[in-house]
Unconditional design. Structure first.
Length: 396
């Protein structure tokens, strides 16, 4: 039985890098970039007013100086200064005409009209060049690297890509995934379970993780604990890039998955890790197919999906791993065995931010992850966690 760290290292050493596909920006939300994005021009592409106000020159400015003006420049238009023109009214986002290098905001302007002539003065005592102006290229220069590969396209990234004119983007093509849940005691979600049966929740846990990366499984199947049926479905599943099973990997007489995988030529990389929950997890490969054999209990599947499956997907997509944090724990916890324990916690902030324990009844508790913000980690080398001790926290 290997440690959590060793198991994760073995999983990440088997990452597959999937090909790319070109899709429209409209279809790309949630997908992962497979190309570097560079700036197509300077941003801003001109000296841009950052305020509604008046554009003037910083040279020879004195407070309360009177400026006649007769023109207004809105965003989306440009103008050249006329002879002897010293000030123009300007809107936020408009290009500042050449020869002017200061924008004084409208709140600091004193507007007047003398004999039909509009005039303005300013009480601002000191100004300097480029006050309230975003200079051309101060955000980006033409050819600058804007986004590296491996960035997931969310709201800010989509907005930036649109600004850069990227109506089509190269993204990582989603792998083909098959999901198989097993167990005589498991019935489909729409069924009425008998007193000794439970509904299939594990498939939905796995699909939820996949959906974060816009992966739609090729098939989702449930099979009873019959060797012939399981073998048939695994043979189909081994045609995918990733096969994910739940149940049937422990030590019971009907835990048939390990022996079936062996008969079908799947190479075992490890079976069992020193963690709680999720100890029986099975991991292997056949040719280009990666196989995850998850335990059957709901919280075990949630935990293993977060600490093993999701890191594998992120590494395959060229993404950075989700961060972990060190936060104080507002509870006490005693060691029960020598396993690294993952348990649900809530974030709570009063004077500072800390981890609040959530009561649950083990890996079979269907409520275990509900209302939690992530997993606290109880390392195997500690005998207890006391209130105020700092522990590692993995957000969902």
């Amino acid at each position: 039985m290997i440690s959590y760290t060793e198991a994760l290292e073995k999983i990440l050493s088997e990452v597959r890098h999937y090909p790319s596909e070109l899709i429209s920006l409209d279809q790309s939300f949630g997908r992962v970039l497979c190309e570097e994005i560079k700036s197509d021009r300077d941003y801003p592409p001109f000296h841009r007013s950052a305020m509604d106000g008046f554009a003037i020159s910083s040279q020879n400015y004195t407070p309360n100086q009177v400026y006649p003006y007769h023109r207004e420049l809105p965003a989306g238009m440009s103008m050249d200064l006329e002879k002897d023109e010293k000030a123009i009214r300007i809107m936020t986002g408009a290009p500042v005409p050449e020869g002017l290098d200061v924008v004084i905001k409208i709140e600091d302007a004193n507007l007047m009209e003398v004999n039909g002539q509009k005039q303005v003065s300013f009480s601002t005592k000191e100004i300097k060049p480029w006050l309230n102006i975003s200079k051309r290229g101060e955000d980006l220069k033409t050819g600058d690297l804007v986004l590296p590969k491996g960035i997931q396209i969310g709201t800010s990234v989509a907005s930036l890509l649109a600004s850069l004119g990227k109506d089509k983007v190269s993204v990582v093509k989603a792998p083909k995934v098959h999901i198989i849940s097993t167990g005589n005691e498991v019935v489909p979600i729409h069924s009425s379970p008998l007193p000794f049966q439970i509904r299939d929740s594990n498939s939905y846990t796995i699909k939820s993780i996949l959906s974060k990366y816009k992966i739609q499984p090729e098939s989702v199947t449930h099979v009873p604990d019959l060797e012939s049926e399981i073998t048939k479905q695994i043979q189909i599943g081994l045609e995918a890039d990733i096969l994910i099973l739940s149940g049937g990997v422990s030590m019971g007489n009907l835990d048939l998955i390990p022996s079936i995988l062996q008969k079908l030529g799947v190479e075992l990389i490890f079976h069992k890790t020193a963690i709680k929950p999720g100890k029986p997890i099975w991991f292997g490969k056949r040719k280009n197919t990666i196989v995850f054999g998850m335990p059957g209990n709901p919280f075990s599947v949630q935990t293993c999906s977060r600490i093993f499956l999701e890191p594998f997907l992120r590494e395959s997509y060229g993404q950075n791993q989700l961060p972990s944090y060190k936060l104080p724990y507002h509870g006490t916890k005693q060691r029960k065995g020598g396993l690294t324990e993952f348990f649900p916690v809530q974030l709570e902030t009063k004077d500072n931010t800390y981890l609040k324990p959530i009561s649950f009844n083990g890996s079979g508790d269907v409520r275990a992850g509900v209302f939690s913000d992530g997993l606290g980690i109880f390392p195997s080398d500690l005998s207890q966690i006391q209130k105020g001790d700092t522990i590692d926290f993995l957000p969902w």
